[in-house]
Design a protein around this ligand. Structure first.
Ligand code: GRF
Length: 190
């Protein structure tokens, strides 16, 4: 079996995708090891999840840095120390800048809760429901300098449930966890 891919997961929120990836690494379902969890939100629930799983956490608050480049240089230093080979964004609510994009060319992946290019950016599920679409979904894509614009790697459609954002979000999250694992496995076995 190939060596495990060393990944850093970036997350700012509840971390259900982080938890799914962490479990998959632990059980061997995903041939990878999380060497670092990077967050910009020290109070996010994902931090508790990482600590529970004994995953090292690196917290960087953008407001502590004068520029975005300086913020990302610090993150890059931690990533290099940890030996991260791929960056996996899982609810990291910031646009990735040139420092990380240059250091990890075509090695940053994101998951987004819509069928891109529809509904990029924040609150994709709310926007889809408000728009009245009957089907939305999940996209896994490579990250470029744009907002959810990188090369699409995988997509899965999800029906909007009763015109209700919360119920639709539940359905979307369930799909996300499997789709992310499958797509990462495919990427890492290339
Ligand atoms: C997910 O819906 C993901 O697609 C989006 O942010 C959300 C993160 O959820 N980028 P969680 O924190 O993994 O539960």
């Amino acid at each position: 079996m190939n060596q495990k891919m060393k990944i850093a997961v970036f997350a700012s929120g509840s971390g259900s995708n982080f938890a799914a990836i962490e479990e998959a690494c632990r059980t061997g379902e995903l041939n990878a090891e999380i060497v670092l969890m990077v967050t910009n939100k020290p109070d996010a629930f994902v931090v508790e999840r990482a600590e529970k799983g004994s995953i090292p956490v690196a917290t960087f608050r953008p407001k502590d840095f004068e520029t975005k480049d300086a913020y990302e240089e610090s993150i890059l230093h931690a990533l290099q120390e940890a030996g991260a080979e791929w960056l996996v964004l899982a609810g990291y609510m910031r646009l990735v800048g040139p420092v990380l994009l240059t250091a990890y060319p075509s090695r940053i992946v994101n998951i987004h809760p819509s069928l891109l290019p529809s509904f990029p950016g924040k609150d994709a599920i709310g926007k889809a429901v408000a728009h009245g679409v009957k089907v939305t979904g999940v996209t896994v894509h490579l990250v470029d300098e744009g907002m959810d614009t990188g090369q699409i790697l995988a997509q899965h459609a999800v029906r909007v449930v009763d015109g209700n954002p919360d119920k639709t979000a539940e359905a979307i999250h369930a799909v996300e966890h499997d789709l992310y694992k499958e797509t990462l496995n495919e990427l890492f076995s290339r």
